[in-house]
Design a protein around this ligand. Structure first.
Ligand SMILES: Cc1cc2nc3c(=O)[nH]c(=O)nc-3n(C[C@H](O)[C@H](O)[C@H](O)COP(=O)(O)OP(=O)(O)OC[C@H]3O[C@@H](n4cnc5c(N)ncnc54)[C@H](O)[C@@H]3O)c2cc1C
Length: 466
């Protein structure tokens, strides 16, 4: 980064964040014969050095300064389940910026890159006849099935694939790790460079901001400082459901990740399934001071349970404009009452009593998250959200009998924050020329494939200009 005479190097492009959005931007830029000078700034570690103490030392979360699960080469995707949702309707909002055909083309292009670097060829949910029948069955029961072919890389294989990408880029791009971008330098309305955490400055013609959910607060602060327009977003609050894998098999056999939507009768709220993990595990997620719940599955390791989230999208009325604080507040309530994540049998919830270790032990579903505290989610989740969730469980039971069983486990709270949206052009450029914002952190995507595709969009525009 620093030249031999101690002066700072200038770059053509600086990319902040080495998650899928940042990596795919770099890969695209490298296709150009022009040999751009590219710098990637990443606050986490390089892929080989990323290791979460919960797995390497078998301890509970050590609340590391930078979370190795979310930060570093590969971003939040490195340890993710690696399910690529190959539909413009899933995992992001690229369709806000371009038409659906263009999004489809981009998704196909990004998918081919994943294949090139080692993603498996098998596709789930791509058999039209069986999906059409499932769609009909769902709609007869008040549910909407959003068809989306899925490529499942698997948590373990994801890391290998990211390593191959890293090796490919190595030497052709400068990369600094464990160094955060502190602020964006703009002079007289024109982009100049980036001030790094160590006090040094780097300059470039263009900037791609790809800080992910982990860096969305930072991006929001920077956007405010730079007087960029911010758009409002909802928050998704709900639970993670765990049940015997056989119960959900009618759905997971046909489409690896059944995406189902439901509008509740009482409140007319949108409830949706999210992140279905057949034969997977429920896991805890530490989000800057709060514990929430999540789930994943391994390509090579199976449990006998399936888990998925049921999320209620909540839009707020004026004057409230802090959806992230609202979601954190509810998750904090669960942490406050349960010293972490709470687990409850559905039967206990409907009977109006808490779950205890004894009651959980009597159930037929063995919790895969063993350190969740048996408790009472009705003390935590607002009435409206709880009604919505119970209604959706009933609807799901009609297409996968057994979902609404008293043995089904509910873990709380699962919260999905939408990063605030920065106002962007159709090529994902901010109101300041040559500053692009992509991926989950900018509110453009919510999944691996659209995050990757958004990086490509910014890179292509920059290539046109240089
Ligand atoms: C447990 C889990 C499971 C998931 N499973 C799936 C799945 O199966 N399928 C799917 O499609 N999606 C999944 N996701 C979501 C997916 O990982 C994200 O959508 C995707 O990684 C977003 O890519 P990104 O590049 O926008 O951001 P990220 O992957 O979050 O990367 C952003 C990077 O920027 C860095 N950064 C942030 N701020 C700064 C700064 N100021 N300076 C320097 N660096 C900075 C961060 O450290 C991070 O490495 C999962 C996420 C999690 C947490």
């Amino acid at each position: 980064m620093r030249g031999k005479n101690g002066t700072m190097k200038n770059y053509d492009v600086i990319i902040v964040g080495a998650g899928p959005a940042g990596i795919f931007a770099a890969l695209e830029l490298l296709l150009s014969p022009k040999k751009y000078r590219i710098l990637i700034v990443e606050k986490g570690k390089d892929i080989d050095k990323r290791a979460c103490p919960t797995t390497t030392k078998n301890v509970s979360c050590a609340a590391c300064r930078e979370c190795d699960l979310l930060s570093g080469w590969g971003g939040a995707g490195a340890f993710s389940d690696g399910k690529l949702s190959l539909s413009p309707d899933v995992g992001g909002f690229l369709s806000r910026y371009m038409d659906a055909d263009e999004v489809r083309r981009l998704i196909g292009y990004a998918d081919d890159i994943y294949l090139k670097y080692g993603a498996p060829r098998e596709l789930f949910g791509a058999t039209p006849d069986s999906i059409a029948e499932l769609e009909r069955h769902a709609s007869r029961n008040g549910l909407v099935l959003v068809p989306s072919p899925i490529r499942h890389i698997g948590t373990d294989r994801c890391r290998e694939l990211l390593k191959v990408m890293r090796d490919d880029i190595d030497g052709r791009v400068d990369a600094v790790f464990q160094t955060a971008a502190q602020s964006v330098i703009v002079e007289n309305g024109a982009y100049r460079g980036v001030l790094l955490q160590d006090g040094s400055k780097v300059f470039s013609g263009s900037l791609i901001l790809a800080p992910g959910r982990e860096g969305s607060r930072w991006l929001e602060e920077e956007a405010k400082k730079l007087c960029l327009t911010l758009l409002k977003n909802p928050v998704d609050v709900g639970v993670r459901v765990e049940l015997p894998a056989s119960v959900f098999e009618p759905l997971t056999k046909m489409t690896y990740e059944p995406k189902l939507l439901f509008y509740s009768k009482k409140f007319d709220d949108k409830v949706r399934t999210f992140c279905v993990n057949p034969y997977g595990e429920v896991v805890k997620e530490y989000l800057k001071g709060i514990w929430t719940v999540n789930g994943h599955s391994y390509a090579e390791r199976r449990t006998s349970n399936t888990n998925f989230a049921l999320l209620v999208s909540t839009f707020f009325t004026e004057p409230f404009d802090q959806p992230i604080s609202y979601g954190r507040y509810i998750a904090q309530l669960a942490n406050f009452l349960g010293k972490g994540v709470i687990v409850q049998r559905l039967g206990d919830l409907t009977a109006g009593r808490r779950s205890t270790q004894e009651r959980i032990a009597k159930g037929i579903v063995r919790p895969t998250l063993t350190d969740a505290t048996p408790g009472d989610l009705s003390f935590v989740i607002p009435y409206r959200h709880l009604c919505d969730i119970m209604e959706m469980l009933e609807a799901l039971d009609s297409i996968a009998p057994g979902v609404n069983s008293r043995h089904t486990l509910l873990y709380g709270v699962e919260v999905k924050f939408y990063s605030m949206q920065v106002k962007l052009s159709t090529v994902l450029e901010t109101e300041i020329p040559n500053i692009f914002a992509v991926g989950d952190g900018a509110g453009v995507s919510r999944g691996l494939i659209q995050a990757s595709a958004s990086g490509i969009v910014a890179a292509r525009e920059i290539m046109k200009r240089i």
